[in-house]
Design a protein around this ligand. Structure first.
Ligand SMILES: C[C@H](O)[C@H](O)[C@H]1CNC2=NC(N)=NC(=O)C2=N1
Length: 93
């Protein structure tokens, strides 16, 4: 899959909320009520990642979850990352 240009990423992010381009990845931090809620949502997201065969770099600290998406083969952000970001937003609601 083709790496998107910075302009293309900026345009794509206009259709999403809270995602930002940083270090050649798109990134967003979510905050949940507690650890159980965060981890349950991570499990839900993990199943969607398996479906899309696309996986996040993520860090969970108690009720906070930071997700970073990029495409290794393309060495940057592709449409696959934008699509997964949209799915993640739909899951978190
Ligand atoms: C072999 C397998 O298809 C690849 O490693 C997939 C799996 N998940 C992936 N996830 C992400 N985020 N980027 C990739 O390039 C990627 N590649």
């Amino acid at each position: 899959m083709k790496k998107l240009t910075t302009n293309e990423i900026t345009e794509a992010l206009k259709n999403l909320s809270g995602w930002a381009l940083k270090d050649d990845m798109i990134e967003k931090t979510f905050t949940f009520g507690d650890f159980k809620e965060a981890f349950a949502t991570m499990t839900h997201i993990a199943f969607e990642c398996e479906k899309q065969n696309h996986h996040p770099n993520w860090e969970n600290v108690y009720n906070s979850l930071t997700i970073k998406l990029s495409t290794h083969d393309a060495d940057g952000v592709t449409q696959k990352d934008v699509d997964l970001a949209k799915s993640i937003d739909e899951i978190v609601g």
